[in-house]
Design a protein around this ligand. Structure first.
Ligand code: NAD
Length: 345
């Protein structure tokens, strides 16, 4: 079938109540899961991804195959390409855009600052420019990040807390995205929802994230480095009063721009994550414990999700051990032979 046919078929095949969603970053880790979940519940979904080489290109190509098996076509292109975006909106009247394309990762920014500006700032502006110019305007949901809380924020992080000290360029570009979203909401009335994801993990995950490379190194018998943060009494109380929320919404005006934390409410020290992986992999990790360096990582991360619960009925349904079990199962089947040392099978 022609390109246009594949685009329309992917986006418009949906149930009678289904939405028509453009998912950017669809070949990414979160994008793949979101696209399949939307498709399964009856939405029409079209993906867009530039398949950048930030990590293993094979993973993105295999996710693309998985998406295709689930009826989601992924257009290969950049979110900075306005004419491509306009062409997609000419062919399909998207009701929603789920904007997940971004340059992720904290440390990579030290050598590649431009890619963060290109994808997370210029690319986001370009998406918003196109959304404001089309009729009907799609509602926008986009991925911000828990990294906006930065240095010196008190845990657990709540949406009202300060976000004025980003610890990395990645965090700064995500924070900039939030400011930009405010502006487009204010001037053009675009409906925008930002999701501050806390560490997302699972099958088809990102090789640059700790749970992933710890698994790889533990299985290879390679030492893993754990950066230890000073104790900070994590288990503080959470929750805000009704009154605080009312004030928050009043400050937010028409509430067309909304920002939510999405995460798990029980933070886990890295050493505990390693304990769980050792148990699942049935291999002892070689641990090297060092004090935390200043490399863009924040010391703690912990979500207060009362707002998302109140407004979206969001409740994390998977505990860490169950989630990691799913990840490990996927890892061992995706990298056959990697688990030779373990007695998993
Ligand atoms: P990912 O890197 O797996 O996915 C991002 C995808 O976007 C990639 O497939 C990449 O090729 C694509 N992309 C990047 N720049 C692009 C561009 N200019 N044009 C088109 N496509 C482009 O990352 P992920 O973990 O799936 O993250 C999804 C979103 O969630 C990102 O915005 C990320 O910043 C955010 N986020 C993720 C986490 C997490 O723990 N995974 C936490 C907080 C925020």
């Amino acid at each position: 079938p022609s390109w246009e046919k594949r685009v329309t078929r992917s986006a418009q095949r949906r149930s009678s109540h289904g939405l028509t969603v453009l998912v950017t970053g669809a070949a990414g880790f979160v994008g793949t899961h979101v696209s399949i979940a939307l498709k399964r519940r009856g939405d029409g979904v079209l993906g867009l991804d530039n398949f950048n080489h930030y990590y293993e290109p094979r993973l993105k190509r295999d996710r693309q195959k998985l998406l295709e098996r689930n009826g989601v076509f992924v257009v290969e292109g950049d979110i900075n390409d306005s004419s491509l975006l306009k062409k997609l909106f000419d062919v399909v009247a998207f009701s929603h855009i789920m904007h997940l394309a971004a340059q992720a990762g904290v440390r990579y920014a030290m050598q590649n600052p431009g890619s963060y500006v290109h994808s997370n700032i210029a690319g986001f502006v370009n998406i918003l420019e196109v959304c404001k110019s089309v009729n009907p305007q799609p509602a926008i949901v986009w991925a911000s990040s828990s990294s906006v809380y930065g240095l010196n924020s008190k845990v657990p992080f709540s949406e009202k807390d300060r976000t004025d000290q980003p610890a990395s360029l990645y965090a700064a570009t995500k924070k900039a995205g939030e400011e930009i979203a405010h502006t487009y909401n204010h001037i053009y009335g675009l409906s925008i929802t930002g999701l501050r994801f806390f560490t997302v993990y699972g099958p088809w995950g990102r090789p640059d994230m700790a749970y992933f490379f710890f698994t790889k190194d533990i299985l290879k018998g390679k030492p893993i480095t754990i950066f230890e943060a000073p104790d900070h009494g994590l288990r503080g109380g959470i929750g805000h009063s009704e009154e605080e929320y009312r004030e928050w919404w009043e400050e937010e005006g028409s509430a067309q721009l909304r920002i939510f934390n999405l995460g798990n409410t029980s933070p886990v020290p890295v050493s505990e994550l390693v304990n769980i992986l050792e148990k699942l992999l049935k291999v002892k990790a070689k641990r090297k414990v060092l004090p935390m360096p200043r490399n863009g990582d924040v010391k703690f991360t912990h979500a207060n999700i009362s707002l998302a619960y109140k407004e979206l009925r969001y409740k994390p349904g998977t505990d860490l051990e169950t989630g990691l079990k799913k990840f490990v199962r996927w890892y061992l089947s995706y990298y056959p032979g990697s688990g030779k040392k373990s007695s998993w099978n």
